[in-house]
Design a protein around this ligand. Structure first.
Ligand SMILES: *[C@@H]1O[C@H](CO)[C@@H](O)[C@H](O)[C@H]1NC(C)=O
Length: 533
């Protein structure tokens, strides 16, 4: 009994020691430090670009003629914002021939800033750290040299963090010689090479390291061995890439291996239906301020056509009133939080695949066919689609805009906004692709959240959302889904007191707000100027 007790104690001590050893072993990987700073200035980039520059000089003696019409379309290093010249001087000529106007955001903003140098420096710092964060080695230009005997993948190689893959497509095609030899180097050091199988007659040096050398007197054996080469990501840093150098003594090639997680899908279970079930697919979101009478009309009109669709209301009134009814979520916000804050709050509470944005003074009619918007979003790659708004006067607006950002210099970029669209959508003759639409639109809920509504923009703001979403939102506009606008042009003496105070609050020009908008453009979006119709 005494002996077995001792034995058991020994076992426990032994197991304890093993545990300590194992913990130490396991934790080793996590305590090692990983440099996740910018990889922009690493040596590969220089090596890659150094080689490409040389080629241009080789042919400097050959004359050429610049084609102005093409060359002028290439991006310059510095953009400018120019307004259209006024050509005709007539009353209302601005209405008849809409001209492009230009604004120097940097001047307008910096003029009133107490410390212009300080803000310029701060923006430059923030911009450079933004660039570092969004830099990916997989985006670096790589050029394959002429006549390389090396075969390798040019794109599409991906490895999950800390996992291993076979590097596909590696091969060598060269004349017979006494020894065939290739090098594989992980130039950014994010992983190591190995071989999943050994081939006779091939010598492999550097297995499990960042640099591996394969050689053989037989080219066939070497090529067989190359089919078993593996790359293991050893540094945990998802959403980056390693640049692989594949070389012989005389030739070298580069390709990238992307390191990252699989994109995890976010799917909405809306119940399978033959026809679109708007209640299951769409939430209607709105923001109200001082217009409960209008809001009630909107809700009543929605209920005529969509009795069970959820309506989310963001309300920043000083004295909120209850908004009653089934399928209504009424969120009270602090007083005067504003336009974009309300949109953000409303959109954050949506649980359906799509969200429809409406203003609180819109009225649904038989032409407000949400099914059409769902249909185009389901059948195309669009993330968001706008409709048309019919004014009391009968005028119907779609408010279609294109937005482009032209690269500038250290002072910032140029923003250009124009009326118009890019192209008509195949199969949807009433719909076009644009960059910005009217404030009656349906979007993929996740995509709308991603672009986000900057909550600092509390009063007139609309295009700002589409500017933030440029590059992430694929936007359409359809003229055959129409909502009515209950107000806007109205005789002043028929206005109620609440209307008057609404307009005073929303439209009163405020110098502070104008300067805030300039700040958003100047600092957040790093624009120096803008032009627009
Ligand atoms: C549509 O979806 C709602 C909510 O998911 C559900 O209650 C309703 O029964 C569905 N309608 C039909 C016709 O299937």
């Amino acid at each position: 009994m005494h002996v077995s007790c001792k034995k058991r104690l020994g076992l426990i001590v032994f197991a304890g020691l093993m545990l300590v050893a194992l913990t130490h072993f396991w934790s080793h990987g996590t305590t090692s430090t990983v440099d996740i700073r910018s990889r922009q200035d690493r040596p590969t980039k220089k090596r890659l670009s150094g080689k490409n520059g040389a080629a241009a000089n080789e042919y400097h003696d050959i004359p050429y003629h610049i084609k102005k019409d093409v060359a002028s379309r290439l991006a310059h290093n510095s953009c400018v914002c120019l307004a259209d010249e006024e050509t005709v001087h007539l009353p209302f000529s601005d209405l008849l021939f809409p001209r492009v106007w230009a604004q120097n955001i940097d001047q307008d903003f910096l003029e009133f800033h107490p410390n212009p140098e300080g803000i310029i420096r701060h923006r430059a710092q923030e911009y450079s750290s933004f660039q570092e964060r969004s830099y990916n080695p997989a985006d670096v230009l790589i050029i394959s040299e002429a006549n390389s005997p090396l075969q390798y993948p040019t794109q599409g190689v991906e490895v999950r963090p800390l996992k291993t893959i076979i590097v596909p497509g590696l091969s060598l095609k060269e004349e017979p010689r006494p020894e065939h030899k290739v090098y594989l180097i992980a130039t950014l050091g994010l992983g190591t090479f190995n071989v999943a199988a050994a081939v006779d007659e091939v010598s492999v040096k550097g297995e499990g390291e960042k640099e591996m050398i394969l050689s053989s007197p037989s080219l066939r054996a070497l090529n067989r061995q190359l089919q078993f080469v593996t790359y293991t990501n050893t540094v945990f840093h998802p959403k980056t890439a390693d640049t692989i150098q594949f070389a012989t003594e005389a030739h070298q090639a580069f390709f990238t291996v992307k390191v990252g997680h699989e994109t995890v899908p976010k799917l909405y279970n809306s119940g399978y239906q033959e026809e679109y079930n708007i209640t299951a697919l769409v939430t209607i979101a709105t923001k109200t301020f001082l217009r409960y009478d209008k809001l009630k009309d909107l809700i009543d009109s929605i209920r005529l056509y969509y009795p069970t669709v959820t309506i989310v209301i963001a309300d920043d009134n000083e004295h909120p009133q209850p908004v009653k009814g089934p399928y209504i979520d009424h969120y009270i916000m602090p007083f005067g939080k504003g336009w974009f804050a309300g949109r953000n709050l409303a959109v954050s509470q949506v649980t359906t695949k799509y969200v429809l944005w409406v203003d609180d003074d819109f009225i649904f009619t038989a032409n407000t066919k949400l099914e059409r918007m769902v249909d185009i979003l389901e059948k195309t790659t669009l993330d968001l689609v706008g409709g048309a708004v019919r004014e009391v006067t009968g005028y119907t607006a779609t408010y279609r805009h294109t937005i482009s950002v032209e690269e500038g210099d250290g002072d910032g970029d140029c923003l250009h906004i124009r009326n118009g669209y890019h192209h008509i959508i195949e199969g949807f003759p009433n719909c076009v692709v644009v960059d910005a639409v009217i404030n009656f639109f349906m979007g993929q809920t996740d995509k709308v959240r991603q672009a986000g509504f900057d909550p600092r923009l509390s009063r007139f703001a609309h295009l700002e959302f589409f500017i933030d979403g440029l590059g992430s939102l694929h936007v359409g506009s359809c003229s055959d889904v129409v909502v009515n606008h209950a107000s806007k042009i109205q005789l002043p003496w028929t206005k109620t007191e609440s209307q008057k105070s609404y307009e005073k609050f929303r439209y009163s020009p405020s110098k502070g707000y104008a300067s805030l908008r300039n700040e958003v453009f100047y600092f957040k979006n790093r624009f120096k100027c803008m032009t627009s119709h």
